[in-house]
Design a binder for this molecule. Structure first.
Ligand SMILES: *Cc1c(COP(=O)(O)O)cnc(C)c1O
Length: 371
């Protein structure tokens, strides 16, 4: 079965092998060396002042950021499940919030963010996704972060990059916390989250808040290549193996280029089949189609062509399907996925199969047309 869900993503063979080695103790020079290597790779990838790894799923890192960076009131952007989650975390922590809501295909408007910040001068943090995975939507994070800092230079800009870090280069100039999670673009099993932090974020954290998610305690320990609590040793070993694979495949820039090309070619191919792309501004992390027969297509893909793609949630349940673009993906796999979609449309009586899906993908991806 080809796993093409936008999280979890497949774990490469070499990474699985690396994680199959015997367990080592986390308070040892051996593990400190492994940790140091992972930390150096993360600093290079994020390009930020500080970085912490947490034994948690992505949501844990989202909560850690709100706990440690927001003291008064938060502005959350809700254009899907994950933006909604920032708001729910604030509610659970009894932190007052202002929420801007959008349909799941609609990017947040920087001017509305500006308006909300001007009307609520007590807002000290803003939380948003780069790529909102619920609808495969790309928010204009860079523009929003810039406007937020113009209005209030000390506002903490918390950015969920769980389906963006490792997918595309992110300008962190105005970002204070950038979150990544292991089971998405990092091509690892779930359980490891990492946060890139700005200099201002580190200062704002101060003594930190919370016990498990006290980022001050983590920073203090991780600067010494250890963690406050037992580290996710196996996943960190896997992380190093993943970075090795990226290097072997031409480096991170090559991965960014390939992801962009693949995502673009996929969208051209889906459109050529007469399918409708759901988000107004598609993220590179996944390709999302809105279709009345989304579930039928998904079922045929799984039962006949060994392809597992994701559906929608909440009001989009049964109405969309999402194809993963995160990670190192061989072209022959995504071509097979598109071919299977074309065959499914034929089976559903929508369109006679003529090989258009792979033809268009190949033209764009390999021949560079429509660029
Ligand atoms: C998957 C995902 C999360 C949540 O991560 P968990 O690991 O499930 O806690 C948060 N934000 C985005 C954008 C995601 O795609």
């Amino acid at each position: 079965m080809l796993l093409f869900t936008p999280g979890p993503t497949p774990v490469l063979e070499s990474v699985r092998q690396a994680m199959a080695t015997p367990t080592i103790h986390h308070r040892t020079p051996e593990f400190e060396a492994i940790f140091a290597q992972a930390r150096a790779s993360l600093f290079e990838l994020f390009g930020m002042e500080e970085n912490v790894m947490l034994a948690a799923s992505g949501t844990g890192a989202m909560q850690a950021c709100i706990l440690n960076l927001c003291k008064t009131k938060i502005l959350t952007i809700n254009a899907g499940k994950f933006g909604e989650r920032f708001g729910k975390i604030a509610d659970a922590l009894s932190i007052p919030k202002v929420e801007l809501s959008y349909e799941w295909n609609t990017p947040a408007d920087p001017l509305e963010v500006k308006e909300a910040l001007l009307q609520n001068p007590d807002i000290d943090a803003l939380a948003i996704q780069v790529s909102e995975s619920a609808g495969g939507l790309r928010h204009p994070v860079e523009a929003i972060a810039k406007i937020a800092k113009e209005i209030n230079p000390s506002i903490m800009v918390i950015v969920d990059g769980i389906t963006a870090v490792g997918v595309e280069p992110i300008d962190t100039t105005h970002i204070d916390a950038l979150i990544a999670g292991s089971q998405k673009a990092f091509m690892l099993p779930p359980g490891l989250a990492t946060i890139g932090l700005s200099k201002d974020a580190v200062a704002t954290i101060g003594e930190g808040r919370d016990y498990y998610f006290n980022l001050a305690t983590e920073i203090k320990n991780q600067r010494k290549n250890t963690t406050a609590w037992t580290a996710a040793t196996t996943l960190i070993i896997g992380l190093n193996a993943m970075f090795d694979e990226v290097k072997k495949n031409g480096g991170i820039e090559a991965l960014y280029d390939d992801t962009q090309k693949r995502a673009k070619a996929t969208i051209a191919s889906l459109r050529a089949l007469g399918l409708e792309i759901y988000p107004q501004t598609p993220a590179l992390s996944m390709s999302t189609v809105i279709d009345v027969q989304a579930e039928d297509i998904r079922k045929i893909l799984k039962s006949k062509y060994q392809v597992n793609i994701a559906g929608g949630q909440d009001h989009l349940k049964g109405k969309i399907f999402r194809i993963n673009q995160m990670g190192i993906i061989p072209a022959y796999e995504i071509v097979w996925v598109l071919n299977a979609i074309e065959l499914a449309l034929d089976e559903l009586g929508r369109r006679v199969f003529d090989g258009e899906a792979s033809r268009i993908f190949n033209e764009v991806y390999f021949k560079g047309s429509f660029s």
